[in-house]
Design a protein around this ligand. Structure first.
Ligand SMILES: Nc1ncnc2c1ncn2[C@@H]1O[C@H](COP(=O)(O)OP(=O)(O)O)[C@@H](O)[C@H]1O
Ligand SMILES: [Mg+2]
Length: 224
């Protein structure tokens, strides 16, 4: 099992959307993907109740008192454990980041959002320091409008990518993702040939490639 955290000190940056889309896509590949819903808003848990996908589960109501135990419980039953963390820095986010082999930091292309994402990046560094390890992470630009990139968006992307690693693929702004959370049906099932389905697959593939570059120690330490 490999543990991936979705973390940002910013609400609404698409942590839950990314967690649900990527986990569902992994399940559609025949892998066992489990989300721990660590946000009191419980939106991933609501998606989990609607989604009827083999190999996909969501554990609801995960907080600082039970996250470590739930990670341990999940170990035997899943290939990918995805921690959907709340949008505030807290002991819970530190515990989640501390148990992750890799952290995805979703961020919209706006200056306040980037500042919050960079704070999260710093928090990942500090959490890694506690365990004497470097925690892999990458910024994921989210809710990116299709069409040309504005000058402001480009400036923010350049700033962000100078400060921390970033995914080449971005999560585009698409109604299909809102529909997915509403219906429990991911775009790859509802519209297999859609741009939204291809977008999720590109992000998932890049994530898998990044996980493959982690050395065994980084993986093992995260699971110890
Ligand atoms: N790529 C996207 N395209 C369209 N709507 C999105 C996208 N990502 C997120 N949203 C919408 O933005 C809101 C916040 O997203 P969510 O994933 O819940 O963020 P977070 O978990 O970071 O708080 C939700 O209403 C969601 O449907
Ligand atoms: Mg959320």
């Amino acid at each position: 099992m490999i543990t991936i955290a979705l973390a940002s000190n910013k609400g609404g940056c698409a942590k839950t959307t990314t967690a649900c889309a990527v986990a569902a896509d992994l399940a559609l590949d025949g892998l066992r993907a489990c989300i721990l819903d660590c946000d009191p808003n419980q939106h991933a848990a609501a998606f989990g109740r609607r989604a009827q996908l083999t190999g996909f589960t969501v554990v609801p109501n995960v907080g600082e008192e039970n996250i470590i135990g739930e990670i341990r419980n999940a170990r035997s039953g899943c290939d990918f454990l995805i921690l959907d963390l709340p949008g505030v820095a807290s002991r819970l986010t530190i515990l989640g980041i501390g148990k992750a082999a890799f952290v995805v930091v979703p961020c919209q292309q706006s200056a306040p959002d980037l500042r919050d994402a960079l704070r999260t990046n710093h928090q990942i560094d500090e959490t890694g320091d506690i365990g004497n390890r470097t925690i892999g992470r990458a910024l994921l630009w989210t809710r990116v409008p299709s069409g040309f990139e504005s000058r402001v968006a480009k400036q923010i992307r350049t700033d962000g990518e100078a400060r921390m690693p970033a995914f080449a693929a971005s999560l585009m702004e698409r109604t299909a993702y809102k529909e997915m959370l509403l219906t429990g049906v991911p775009p790859r099932v509802s519209e297999p040939d859609s741009a939204a389905a291809a977008n999720v697959q590109a992000i998932k593939t890049e994530l898998l490639n990044r996980l493959a570059t982690l050395d065994a120690a980084a993986r093992n330490e995260a699971h110890a």
